[in-house]
Ligand binder design. Structure first.
Ligand SMILES: [Zn+2]
Length: 79
């Protein structure tokens, strides 16, 4: 009779533990998803220079690496 009581307790606790593990996994995945948009936002503000391949801010007047004017980058279709 005691054996039956222990197994019924386990049958109750087992799904609770599974749910807690799933919630922990989902929360950790959500935290990584929140980091990715900020990375995309960072790259959205940068473009690659067609001449030197360096990262250039879209607000820059010219490439800080090779001095290519931003108007030339627009012509190249990089923006
Ligand atoms: Zn450049």
């Amino acid at each position: 009779m005691f054996g039956f009581d222990t197994s019924s307790l386990m049958m109750f606790l087992f799904p609770v533990v599974i749910v807690l593990i799933i919630v922990t996994i989902v929360k950790s995945q959500k935290s990584t998803d929140q980091n990715e948009p900020s990375k995309n936002l960072h790259t959205d503000r940068l473009t690659l220079c067609p001449d030197c391949g360096g990262k250039v801010s879209k607000r820059a007047i010219s490439c800080p690496h090779c001095g290519l004017p931003m108007s030339e980058m627009i012509k190249e279709g990089s923006l």
